[in-house]
Design a protein around this ligand. Structure first.
Ligand code: P6P
Length: 337
């Protein structure tokens, strides 16, 4: 198969965007460059003084790992230098990062990013990922503002993730299907390896942290029991797979089928995952691949964004599996107190 690099692919597909004069292509290139640098550090994390915690906690109240900080710095630097982005919202930063340099004077896009999702897995050599979401700015000029980020997921122009696993992969969509690129370290390029990715019609894997079972909504408890019942006709019981890194779980489900659920819990009464830079981009990709993403009731990409680090519950994966889980949520809906 002809080797097609991410850069070649982006340029070839650029013709799909009459309005874009290459800005979106350059943005995706900038993200690809930062991803290669982060991957290099993730790969040698055990060898250099980059493991462990910084001693700080981020806006989420989570302990910050050194690789989190490194990844955040790399993506911010690459996007600032690239000149196509007028502001960044990051999981690692409480407020947006307005970009007001010369090269970005005419930037038309804003990026929301989770620079290193699943970072609690770094020190134990388990896959981690980066998630990004790209919007056209809504404000007219100057550095971007928070208004530019308070847009529904349906307004995204592109979204993607990088998974730093047994190999590094970059998977993205611009609303015309999903394509996956695997990093070839011998040439330092992401090469097209998974063209036109499609979520399988159904699956036999469910991903959820059952440690929170006691605090799940009744509908989720019933769905878990449904997954565990014996029923050959519907290939049950399903298998439970939970990596603790959403990108890795959702990437596996995108390839072999499955459903990932992070519902509300007592510890996370509004859900744990963040709408802007985790759920919306993952929802855009999964929907473009033929799957579904809701909060158990409402389509993720239709939800209104009121604040930068807004949380939501997430039911994402094969359409029929998400719909079945939603049926249980509807059937056992707790009366709002
Ligand atoms: P828990 C990582 O922090 C993350 O946001 C997702 O990537 C992952 O699936 C989930 O949280 C893990 O959370 O509470 O199960 O450890």
């Amino acid at each position: 198969m002809r080797v097609q690099t991410l850069g070649q692919f982006i340029i070839e597909k650029q013709a799909d965007f009459p309005y874009a004069k290459g800005e979106l292509s350059r943005l995706l290139r900038d993200i690809g460059i930062a991803a290669k640098i982060v991957n290099r550090e993730v790969n040698k994390a055990g060898l250099v003084e980059i493991l462990g915690e910084t001693g700080e906690t981020n806006i989420q109240g989570e302990k910050v790992k050194k690789l989190d900080v490194f990844a955040n710095e790399q993506f911010i630097a690459a996007l600032k230098a690239g000149g196509e982005c007028c502001a960044i919202a990051s999981e690692e930063n409480e407020d947006i990062i307005p970009i007001d340099n010369e090269v970005s004077a005419n930037a038309r896009y804003v990026i929301a990013i989770d620079p290193l999702d699943g970072s609690s897995n770094i020190d134990v050599n388990v896959s981690v990922g980066t998630i990004f979401s790209i919007y056209r700015r809504t404000t007219l000029n100057g550095p971007g503002t928070i208004e530019d980020f308070l847009q529904r997921g349906t307004e995204q122009v592109a979204a993607g993730y990088v998974i730093y696993g047994s190999s590094a992969m970059l998977v993205y969509t611009t609303g015309k299907g999903v394509n996956g690129f695997t990093l070839d370290p011998s040439i330092g390029e992401f090469c097209l390896s998974h063209p036109e990715m499609k979520m399988p019609e159904t699956g036999v894997i469910y991903s959820i942290n059952e440690g929170n079972y006691l605090h799940f909504p009744e509908g989720v408890k019933k769905y878990i029991k449904y997954c565990q019942e014996e029923d050959l006709a519907t290939n049950r019981p399903y298998s439970s797979r939970y990596i603790g890194s959403g990108v890795a779980d959702i990437h596996r489900n995108l390839i072999v089928g499955g459903v990932y659920i992070y519902p509300t819990t007592t510890k996370s009464p509004k859900g744990k995952l963040r709408l802007l830079y985790e759920c919306n981009p993952l929802a855009f990709i999964v929907e473009q691949a033929g799957g579904k993403a809701t909060d158990g009731k409402t389509r993720i990409m239709d939800k209104e964004i009121k604040e930068l680090h807004q949380r939501t519950s997430l039911f994402i994966g094969c359409s029929d599996m998400v719909e079945k889980a939603m049926e249980f949520m509807h059937l056992y809906a707790e009366k709002a107190v």
